[in-house]
Design a binder for this molecule. Structure first.
Ligand SMILES: NC(=O)c1ccc[n+]([C@@H]2O[C@H](COP(=O)([O-])OP(=O)(O)OC[C@H]3O[C@@H](n4cnc5c(N)ncnc54)[C@H](OP(=O)(O)O)[C@@H]3O)[C@@H](O)[C@H]2O)c1
Length: 212
């Protein structure tokens, strides 16, 4: 058997408990990853607390976890580019709090060798969210981007990507996070009245990249 973490009633972290599951087996195009670290995201907390109980009924015991980092220990037929022992990270909807995840090889990314497991396990969701949002507004060198909650998980990734892509970044955060934002290359500002009027956020562009 393999171990997974689930909850069988809504509540705080204390409702989480281990369950036994059949060890998943990699099918064609899939890899099985032995999980070293799994990220905890706001959506996990909201689901476990029952915030979605009215709109998204679930069956107990319900498993959790959408992102992982770990070591490939089984490779399905037809998978090229990965072998057992490779250190990887990625998304694994609703199954990452577990000993193993089963994922499509096409959705797996190599973990940089010097990246700690705990960082790698918390990277996929915030990274993907920040990347998608910044791509949506087509951030380009010379843009000025306003990022709210810039010191949070998603914000931290968004600040770094926008800086990497050549933008000036203004980030909202509590005062105690301002030095942190400066260390990422952002200009920190506090939340509060008058914020919108005092800043010039990047606006969505049309398909030709012009300002819209
Ligand atoms: N984590 C993910 O993968 C993911 C994916 C998709 C969507 N989301 C959503 O994105 C949001 C942020 O997620 P996260 O993971 O980055 O959360 P997080 O790490 O907990 O960060 C939340 C941030 O919100 C800021 N904040 C607190 N009060 C605020 C206010 N009144 N106005 C503006 N910002 C305020 C805090 O900044 P200070 O501490 O500086 O005050 C904190 O840094 C959540 O709504 C989450 O559901 C997250």
């Amino acid at each position: 058997m393999a171990m997974a973490i689930a909850f069988s009633a809504y509540g705080g972290p204390d409702v989480l408990h281990p369950i036994d599951i059949d060890p998943p087996l990699a099918e064609a195009g899939q890899v099985r990853v032995r999980v070293k670290a799994a990220g905890v995201n706001p959506v996990d907390v909201k689901l476990r607390r029952g915030d979605f109980a009215a709109t998204m009924p679930i069956k107990f015991p319900c498993r959790l976890g959408n992102e992982y980092a770990g070591i490939i220990d089984q490779v399905g037929d037809g998978v090229a580019g990965f072998v057992t022992g490779d250190e990887v990270l990625g998304s694994a909807t609703g199954q990452a709090y577990a000993e193993y995840v089963l994922v499509n090889a096409a959705d797996v990314v190599r973990k940089p060798a010097d990246m700690p497991w705990t960082v790698a396990g918390g990277l996929p969701a915030v990274g993907q969210t920040a990347y998608t949002a910044l791509r949506q507004i087509a951030v380009q060198p010379g843009d000025t981007v306003l990022i709210h909650a810039a010191a949070g998980g998603v914000g931290t990734m968004a600040v770094q990507l926008a800086r990497l892509w050549g933008a000036t970044v203004i980030g909202t955060a509590s005062e105690h996070n301002h030095d942190y934002l400066r260390s990422l290359g952002a200009i920190p500002v506090a939340y509060g009245d008058g914020l919108v009027a005092s800043q010039s956020p990047t606006r969505p562009r049309d398909r030709n990249g012009a300002s819209a």
